[in-house]
Design a protein around this ligand. Sequence first.
Ligand code: GTP
Ligand code: MG
Length: 263
Amino acid sequence: MEEPGTVYFTGTAGAGKTNLVHAFRAYLKTSGYDAIILNLDPGNESADLEPDVDIREWVQLPEVMAEHNLGPNGAQVAAADMIALKVFDVKQALSEFRSDYVLVDTPGQIELFAFRESSRAIVDALSGERSTIAFLFDPALARTPNGFVSLLLLSATVEFRFRLPTLNLLTKTDILEPARLEEILGWGEEPGRLYDAVTRETATPDLALSTELFRAMEALAPLAALLPTSARSGVGLEPLYRSLQQNFAGGEDLEPSHGPSEP
Ligand SMILES: Nc1nc2c(ncn2[C@@H]2O[C@H](COP(=O)(O)OP(=O)(O)OP(=O)(O)O)[C@@H](O)[C@H]2O)c(=O)[nH]1
Ligand SMILES: [Mg+2]
């Protein structure tokens, strides 16, 4: 049995991680693939969206708060370290499913996932050969040039920290007007368009600074192409599957474990 492909869904609080993970699992299942969800967020409150393996079985935020007399943020930090100590139990629980894919829902506080050593230990322990990060761009932030650039930098930080192939996704595209969607995707396709948008938003009279800014946009360009998705409408799930397959094992396809249709 081949190792499962592991996909870490990360992004700013409320970016749509939990909903996308569940929509993607449903898509994979109807396409004949076994996929399970690992919830790594000890504060996850999406009661109606049940993961298959849940870190809350080992670490629960309200208990950490009560036992250590911490507020929610301090408890998240302490919990991140406790999770790292449970990672082999988590790994054992995952292996019992023998699934093709493990979709990992990560904590809403991205700085916990992106900046703490404990998350790197968790990712290192859980990741096999075929692991990818899906970084989610929330349209609420990505809709301004400034927000878009900030998310690109955050995504680059996550990639730099984990050294895993990273796919950038735009979420909730169902709420975007078509023209707005096209504009945001355009910033990702053409560094010149992003530069124009950023300078329109924050005019800089300093030519040297403008040149540097343009260089920065060009340097970010390879990361900037976004895959549009929506958990609500199902847009982008098949392209997401295809991109992941390309990231895993250089595009080699997995055989569906059951079911007829090839996605
Ligand atoms: N219209 C629309 N809303 C969405 C979509 N996905 C998520 N949402 C909404 O966005 C909000 C946040 O979604 P979640 O999936 O909980 O986001 P999250 O990143 O897991 O949030 P945290 O775990 O709290 O950081 C909820 O109100 C969802 O209903 C989508 O595809 N379309
Ligand atoms: Mg969530």
